[in-house]
Design a protein around this ligand. Structure first.
Ligand code: FES
Length: 164
């Protein structure tokens, strides 16, 4: 980040987090709730927020990072501008979702629940998207792409990169 460039929103969020922490008064039972709050408001769980929560609730940082890693809802990096969600529910799985996922991982160079280094594309794996008749299905920023095949993946990645 350039010197002197301070994100106002981030400062406001940090202040709100302090209020949330004060509201819970060090109650360890609030840990997950606080992590949800951070994920929802920051869009990910920055290390600075983890440290604040660890200190305020007096829980080890390793406990917090363990929870973040375990629950896919949480992410350690900001989400990309575009999010690809790939369904691995039963209908999609039996119709080849794994091949599609493998190809996305190869094309993007990331694993599920991760974001490309340019912050453009996040890859998520979800359960049923509720469109089993279209299996295997993905969504790109919530727009469904039905009957996916692995060889359709490079075209979709190229298309998204073209959006910039
Ligand atoms: S199993 Fe994939 S949409 Fe239902």
């Amino acid at each position: 980040m350039e010197a002197g460039h301070v994100c106002k929103c981030r400062e406001e969020l940090d202040a709100q987090l302090d209020q949330e922490l004060a509201r819970h008064g060090g109650n360890k039972n609030a840990l997950i709730e606080l992590l949800y709050w951070v994920q929802e408001n920051y869009g990910y769980v920055p290390i600075e927020a983890q440290l604040k929560i660890a200190e305020s609730l007096d829980v080890p940082l390793t406990t917090i990072s363990g929870i973040i890693t375990f629950y896919h809802f949480f992410s350690l990096k900001p989400k990309g501008k575009y999010e690809i969600s790939l369904c691995r529910g039963t209908a999609c799985y039996v119709r080849g979702a794994t091949d599609v996922l493998d190809r996305f991982q190869k094309e993007l160079g990331i694993k599920p629940h991760d974001t490309t280094d340019d912050n453009l594309i996040s890859l998520e794996v979800v359960r049923c998207l509720g469109a089993c008749g279209l299996a295997p299905v993905i969504t790109v920023n919530k727009e469904p792409r039905p009957r996916m095949k692995a060889d359709m993946v490079p075209g979709i990645v190229k298309e998204i990169k073209g959006w910039g």
